[in-house]
Design a protein around this ligand. Structure first.
Ligand code: PEP
Ligand code: MN
Length: 263
């Protein structure tokens, strides 16, 4: 179902009033974690002004350490919905369990399956049944075929609205948090009809590399970008070092505009 052989036309995925996979480059941006209502609303207004169409923010955080901030859960989803109502942006949140999916369908326009859950087949099936479009991040050590098979699990539940997200993979290189596999973009475009976006924030873990890799993603044919932003990255509860502040995000969007059709 994810294979281009049986479905040659590109799939366009509708998320609220945004279309991913068409002529426009879709930028999803926002904090790693929803921390407060003020943080989310401030971020939503700022990213919209710069050209993003979708607000991201994690309410359920799959952290490496069980003692790290785990997210505001349903309260965080509520703040995301309020941001959507205030700005008209579509909103996406990661889900890590069936309970999170059941809560999220009441508040968000798109579900995110994170890298750590890419092969959580039970969760993929439940996301498939949710009726919402799904952003499927590539697993930390997943091959492209494993990733496409994960997409297949969602589509097989009758949900064709899957967007893939390359977010870096584990390699021997330690200079960046992960290694962005930019070749995944043309490989996916060859094998599948699904839209693919790139997340240079999680791929590198370093704010200074977000702009050059965003340019690469567009040159490689990506349908969108996921960029972490925060009102004050130095006090972010997670992923501060890779997050852009609002002026850096605005500068990024302005930098990309000559190469891409941005909102
Ligand atoms: C995220 O987008 O906040 C996230 C946790 O990403 P990943 O699943 O790619 O690590
Ligand atoms: Mn993050």
């Amino acid at each position: 179902l994810a294979n281009k052989k049986f479905h040659p036309e590109p799939t366009i995925v509708q998320v609220g009033n945004v279309f991913i996979g068409g002529d426009e480059l879709v930028i999803m941006s926002g904090p790693c974690a929803v921390e407060s209502k003020e943080q989310v609303l401030e971020t939503a207004h700022a990213i919209k002004k710069s050209g993003a169409q979708i607000l991201r923010g994690g309410a359920y955080k799959p952290r490496t350490s069980p003692y790290a901030f785990q997210g505001l859960e349903e309260e965080g989803l509520r703040f995301m919905k309020e941001a959507r109502e205030e700005t008209g942006l579509s909103v996406i949140c990661e889900v890590t369990s069936l309970a999170a999916i059941e809560a999220a369908v009441k508040y968000v326009d798109m579900l995110q399956i994170g890298a750590r859950n890419m092969q959580n087949f039970y969760l993929l099936k439940e996301a498939g049944k949710s009726g919402l479009p799904v952003l499927l991040k590539r697993g930390l050590s997943a091959t492209i075929d494993e990733w496409l098979n994960a997409a297949e699990y969602i589509i097989a539940e009758g949900n064709p609205n899957v967007v893939l997200c390359e977010r870096g993979i584990r390699t021997f290189e330690t200079a960046t948090r992960n290694t962005l596999d930019i070749s995944a973009v043309p490989v996916i475009k060859t094998k599948s009809h699904l839209p693919v976006i790139v997340d240079p924030s999680h791929a590198t873990g370093v704010r200074g590399y977000v702009k050059p890799l965003s340019r690469c993603a567009i040159a490689a044919g990506a349908d969108g970008l996921m960029i972490e932003t925060h009102p004050n990255p130095s006090i972010a509860l997670s992923d501060g070092p890779q997050s852009l502040n609002f002026s850096q995000f605005e500068e990024l969007c302005n930098d990309l505009r000559p190469f891409a059709n941005l909102a």
